[in-house]
Design a protein around this ligand. Structure first.
Ligand code: GDP
Length: 193
């Protein structure tokens, strides 16, 4: 995929603000600090269009990035902040849940996990939620540059088994540092466009 344009069009706090031009959307989910913003920036060749790490306490928004004027990346606030209050967590859950379960133009969720470690409880819950609603999922196992190539397959296996990945959902080894997996990730998204 050659990205010729990428711009943030809206940081939405409620559904009325979502774009209504019916272009395909890919939502990006992952626990805070996993490397979600870095993934987006790498995919669209930008240094810092997607802000890295939104801090707890900040307004949680769905950020819509229009790519090549033909589809959207929708950045979902990161989950798994220990310090977030129950109220904040509930507000997060409601907005995301509504978006993920009702959005017609949602083609797939890109779930970002850390290749170095087994997926967390939150990762497992997120994936189970997506499968419950039969939402196609592309799993990105990022930070691959931080472990030796010879260990990648072993780590992918742990990711697959911990998440209990269903047939048809790819697990792609990725690195925002080296660009490893970028073409494969674009191919997976284009297939689901
Ligand atoms: P977010 O909170 O999920 O958006 O995470 P960020 O994209 O802000 O990344 C969190 C930290 O991990 C930052 O310090 C990034 O530089 C680092 N990081 C993200 N992706 C990679 C990667 O593929 N390789 C390495 N080595 N570091 C990464």
């Amino acid at each position: 995929m050659k990205v010729t344009s990428a711009e943030i069009v809206i940081s939405a706090v409620k559904p009325e603000q979502y774009p209504n031009n019916h272009l395909p959307e890919f939502a990006l989910a992952g626990r805070s600090n996993v490397g979600k913003s870095s993934f987006i920036n790498k995919m669209i060749n930008r240094k810092n269009l997607a802000r890295t790490s939104s801090k707890p306490g900040k307004t949680q928004t769905l950020n819509f990035f229009l790519i090549n004027e033909s589809f959207y990346f929708v950045d979902v606030p990161g989950y798994g902040f220990a310090k977030v209050s129950k109220k904040e967590r509930e507000a997060w859950g409601k907005m995301i849940e509504t978006y993920l379960t009702t959005r017609e133009q949602l083609r797939a969720v890109v779930l970002i996990v850390d290749l170095r470690h087994a997926p967390t409880k939150d990762d497992v819950m997120m994936y189970e939620f997506l499968k419950h609603y039969e939402i196609p999922t592309v799993i990105i196992a990022t930070k691959a540059d931080k472990i030796p190539r010879g260990k990648w397959q072993k780590h992918v296996k742990v990711v697959r088994e911990t998440l209990n990945v269903v047939e048809g959902d790819p697990v792609i080894i990725f690195s925002s540092e080296t660009g490893q997996g970028k073409d494969e990730a674009w191919a997976a998204l284009q297939q689901r466009m």
